[in-house]
Design a protein around this ligand. Structure first.
Ligand code: ADP
Length: 253
């Protein structure tokens, strides 16, 4: 008699494998499709921008008004597609295997700050990295996943900051761990929302008002990655005053 291997939920292992393959194929299709749509939308964006900048001759007020609406609508669509790509990637990241190697966390943070320099400049925000005097030891991490953590936390600090805000990123060695903190002076998180902040798809009302685009998946993914490293994530926040996220990661596995 042939015994079918069962998982905890009672499904056969073969069925789970089949489902996983299907989900991977779906995720790949979403990714390819969304990238193609975003490329086309970006091309449209630059064509409209050329008209609006007057590169193709002067526009009448009516033409300009209509093109500006088209530009804004197109921009919203680009943001939406970018969010779909992010959610898709986050789900892939949660599922993926972890590969640990010794990495220089300061260099990684500097890289992420550099990647967001355009976005922060555009929003009038300054990001200051406070490095400790002593050399920070290399830590054993999955570099690709910790980059997602740093990107999510720094991007959130920028998104939920007020115009002309300052963001402080600090790194310190605490016994066997490296502690990273990201402090903003933004909209903050209300007492009621504090317990729900790491839930999948959760977004505060204030955040939705400030930034229409968002998925509520970034912090869920971030927590999952940090915990798979044996680390911890927590935050302190006051509504309308600002938020500090802390991540503590063990130096060696
Ligand atoms: P998203 O930013 O796409 O909404 P996240 O999962 O990254 O999703 O964050 C979940 C929610 O946590 C946000 O919608 C916001 O309400 C809150 N949040 C995260 N970071 C901050 C921050 N630095 N300041 C204020 N609120 C924040």
């Amino acid at each position: 008699m042939l015994f079918r291997r069962k998982t905890k939920t009672g499904d056969s292992v073969e069925e789970v494998e089949k489902l996983k393959k299907l989900l991977n194929a779906k995720s790949e299709m979403v990714s390819i499709g969304a990238h193609q749509v975003r490329t086309s939308l970006s091309a449209i964006k630059w064509i409209i921008k050329m008209f609006l900048d007057g590169d193709l001759g002067k526009l009448t007020a009516e033409q300009e008004n209509l093109l500006r609406k088209a530009y804004d609508g197109n921009d919203k669509a680009i943001n939406l597609v970018s969010e779909i790509l992010l959610v898709n990637k986050s789900e892939e990241v949660v599922e993926k295997k972890y590969t640990f190697s010794k990495s220089n966390i300061i260099e990684m943070i500097e890289g992420v700050i550099f990647d967001f320099s355009g976005e922060s400049l555009w929003r009038g925000i300054e990001i200051i990295l406070l490095k400790p005097k002593d050399k920070v030891p290399e830590i054993e991490i999955d570099k690709e996943k910790i980059l997602v953590v740093l990107q999510n936390l720094i991007e959130n600090a920028i998104k939920y900051s007020k115009y002309h805000g300052k963001i402080f990123v600090s790194v310190k060695t605490e016994k066997e761990n490296i502690e990273i903190s990201i402090k903003d002076a933004g909209i903050g998180i209300s007492e009621d929302s504090k317990t729900k902040i790491f839930e999948k798809f959760y977004r505060t009302e204030n955040a939705q008002k400030k930034e229409a685009m968002g998925s509520g998946i970034g912090l869920y993914t971030t927590k999952d990655i940090v915990e798979k490293h044996g680390g911890k994530i927590w935050f302190e926040s006051k509504e309308n005053e600002g938020t500090t996220f802390f991540v503590s990661l063990p130096i060696s596995k």
